[in-house]
Design a binder for this molecule. Sequence first.
Ligand code: NAD
Length: 248
Amino acid sequence: MLLEGKVAIVTGGTRGIGLSIVKSFLAEGAKVALCGSREETVTKALDAIKAENPMAPVLGYWPDLTSNEAVSAMVNSVVETWGTLDVMVNNAGISQSTPLLDYTPEEFQRAMDLNVTAVFNGCQAAARIMAPKGTGVILNTSSMVSIYGQKSGVGYPTSKFAVNGLTKSLARELAPQGVRVNAVAPGVTSTDMVAALPEAVVQRISMGIAMGRPGEPQEVADAFVYLASDKASYVTGVVLSVDGGALF
Ligand code: NAD
């Protein structure tokens, strides 16, 4: 098992890519605290995991990720429960598609708050635990839009470019303290959001992908497992594309 005995936190772990990361980490022997936005969705995710494996070492939290204090308190609670933190996955995020002229400042700010400030909060709280012990892994969920941009909804790619900046900069800052920092940049992935699209739209999107289909959450989660594991012991500061060869 690649993550035997590791303690991990996964934000946005109640569904989609995050839930696949949680399940994959558990399957590889990790203990996992998952975070969602509401108690109700967190409980639902925990119930689904426990239905498959009643003994699964999994906890649930629903902190306000945009609050530095709330994220610190959640990380400290995990450390009090399981003694340490080895892997922090800052995965929660929202996308946007609003054309520029229809944007409100509040909508733009929402993308910055959850997709950037919350990632900063998670990185900082994790580093407070990992740097003093000289080991740990921080993983952030970026997006292929951080490489290509997108036609509308500029807040989303802007926030994901920032995630890449956080990742590459913190990789340099924290390497001397034994902490690796990487990002995964998924392409179009079959989460609830994509599953709700009409088949014709999925086909049109797929024409821009070399492999001709959207990715599965499990295929993205596998990249997180690799980067979280000691198999990636010499990998830091990368933004790993998992996008089927996107050609946008
Ligand atoms: P999803 O909408 O299925 O899940 C989002 C998760 O984030 C949920 O667990 C939700 O509880 C959490 N979340 C949302 N708003 C929150 C808030 N305000 N506070 C706390 N938690 C909140 O999304 P997904 O498709 O699984 O996306 C996960 C990550 O992957 C995001 O960062 C997204 O930008 C990125 N991504 C997704 C795709 C895709 O095609 N699905 C592509 C590239 C990148």
